[in-house]
Design a protein around this ligand. Structure first.
Ligand code: 5GP
Length: 196
């Protein structure tokens, strides 16, 4: 016997999945692979006040906006969540595209920081919360330093953030260990109900 909630998986409403985890664990890499391999999953495009890095495309990787535009998005309630990340720039999830995509029946993936995930737990309590974990602390440090795109002060700031972010794992519904990007990507897609 099935309950109404279990009946007809195809007719079930599309879900929102939140992917969070410590700095440099590879959230960006896993979500980029999701975009490439599982295009049926819609990856939310965040707004940010930080400048683009080489190769980043406005409207694809982020919406790069001014402080004034970001403030207006927040004040007009057009952000589902937002946070100051690493004590510097603001990042947020524009609300409209998420709501439209869910209404269209397509699964949505948000790759955001921990404080953003906590806000989404309040604003979208039905969302699924996934913690991307490193295999161990040393691997996380290697990844953080190895990326080489930030100066020493910024790296130390990110390590401090990472320590407190690792402690948040029990708040999440599911943990995926990012031991190999392809494996972690497939595990996430399978959890969302898409793919392999
Ligand atoms: P990066 O500057 O390296 O692209 O991203 C830095 C951090 O910002 C990452 O931990 C990423 O998860 C987080 N982030 C990206 N977009 C958003 C967002 O829309 N909201 C929140 N709260 N965090 C975000």
């Amino acid at each position: 016997m099935t309950t109404p909630g279990e009946a007809g998986a195809a007719a079930a409403p599309a879900s929102v999945t939140v992917l969070a985890g410590p700095t440099a664990v590879g959230k960006g890499t896993v979500s980029a692979r999701i975009r490439e391999r599982f295009p049926e999953i819609w990856l939310s495009v965040s707004a940010t006040t930080r400048a683009p890095r080489p190769g980043e495309v406005d409207g694809v990787h982020y919406h790069f906006v001014s402080e004034e535009v970001f403030t207006e998005l927040v004040e007009t309630d057009r952000m589902l969540e937002w946070a100051v990340v690493h004590g510097r720039h603001r990042y947020g999830t524009p609300r409209g595209p998420v709501e439209e995509t869910v209404a269209a029946g397509r699964p949505v993936l948000l790759e955001i920081d921990l404080s953003g995930a906590r806000q989404v737990r309040r604003t979208l309590p039905g969302a699924r919360f996934v913690f991307l974990a490193p295999p161990d602390w040393d691997t996380l440090v290697d990844r953080l330093v190895g990326r080489g795109t930030e100066d020493a002060e910024e790296r130390e700031r990110r390590l401090t953030t990472a320590r407190s972010e690792l402690a948040a794992e029990p708040e999440f519904d599911v943990t995926i260990v990012n031991d190999r990007v392809e494996r972690a990507t497939e595990e996430l897609a399978a959890l969302i109900g898409v793919g392999v």
